[in-house]
Design a binder for this molecule. Structure first.
Ligand code: WAQ
Ligand code: MG
Length: 248
């Protein structure tokens, strides 16, 4: 039997009571692996660069194998830049080439730059007007119910790129999502990405070193109803084959 297992951890109380989000991670695994993976996820919550969590929530539920969607990961392209400004300019170029307006790009970058605390999820923006479409304030929409097929065999512990590639590949398989912008909230992880035009573009510098704030934005095709998009991101079980992540 397959299970979805999800961990979220906070400090200073639970997320619901205003604690600071420390870490979140999830897997889709066979029942035989469940206790090992549970222990790995708890270890992650206890040993995080942002501090030791005092609240850890672990949720486990069964996955109906017949409903799992299998997809290939996006291919990866790497862009080396010399500064955060150049990183943001590169991101804007790439997004604009895939039909997202400069207004929406600038709005997304500004929203992430002006966050004062980390959200747990992502912001949804209209890809043309730049208007915010979700009503989750500082919580955001959390992409969930995903894993890569290779998680167990080639990966162990936190791997920023493969986890992000899995999330970005699931999101890009959603009808109505034209692009994504992301940089990490882990203080020393300055590499970020945009996914658009069916490519995962890694950008070498997206934030200044030691900044503890990161975030994610999804660009939504205009006039698409957002509820089915949110439901797909939050609830559809997707397994991603990252063997196809050939470096371009
Ligand atoms: N769904 C939606 N948003 C999320 C999720 C999720 N499951 N997980 C994190 N976020 C949002 C949230 O606002 C976080 O503060 C922010 O994204 C950053 O999350 O190729 O590590 O897990 O090397 O810190 C990029 C890798 C790493 C680039 C991104 O994000 C590369 C990363 P983090
Ligand atoms: Mg993080």
């Amino acid at each position: 039997m397959l299970y979805s297992i999800r961990m979220r951890a906070a400090k200073g109380g639970s997320h619901e009571t205003g604690g600071t989000h420390i870490s979140g991670a999830e897997r889709i695994v066979e029942d035989t692996e469940l206790s090992t993976i549970a222990s790995e996820l708890i270890t992650r919550a206890l040993h995080h660069a942002k501090g030791q969590a005092d609240y850890i929530n672990l949720t486990i539920d069964t996955v109906n194998k017949d409903n799992v969607i299998y997809i290939k990961s996006l291919p990866i392209e790497t862009h080396t830049v010399n500064s955060v400004e150049e990183g943001h300019a590169t991101v804007t170029d790439l997004l604009v080439k895939s039909g997202i307006t400069p207004t929406a790009c600038n709005r997304a970058i500004q929203l992430l730059l002006t966050l004062t605390t980390n959200m747990r999820g992502a912001i949804l923006l209209d890809a043309v007007t730049g208007k915010r479409l979700d009503c989750t304030n500082d919580r955001g929409i959390r992409v969930s119910h995903m894993d890569s097929i290779q998680s167990n065999t080639v990966l162990s512990g936190k791997h920023h790129m493969y986890e992000a590639l899995t999330l970005a590949s699931k999101a890009s398989s959603c009808n109505g999502i034209l692009g994504e912008l992301c940089w990490s909230d882990d203080p020393d992880y300055v590499i970020g990405y945009v996914s658009c035009n069916h490519t995962y573009h890694r950008i070498s510098k997206m934030k200044i070193p030691s900044s503890p704030i990161g975030g994610r934005v999804f660009f939504i095709q205009p006039h698409m109803p957002v509820e089915p998009i949110i439901d797909y991101l939050e609830n559809t079980d997707v397994l991603v084959d990252i063997n196809h992540a050939c470096i371009k």
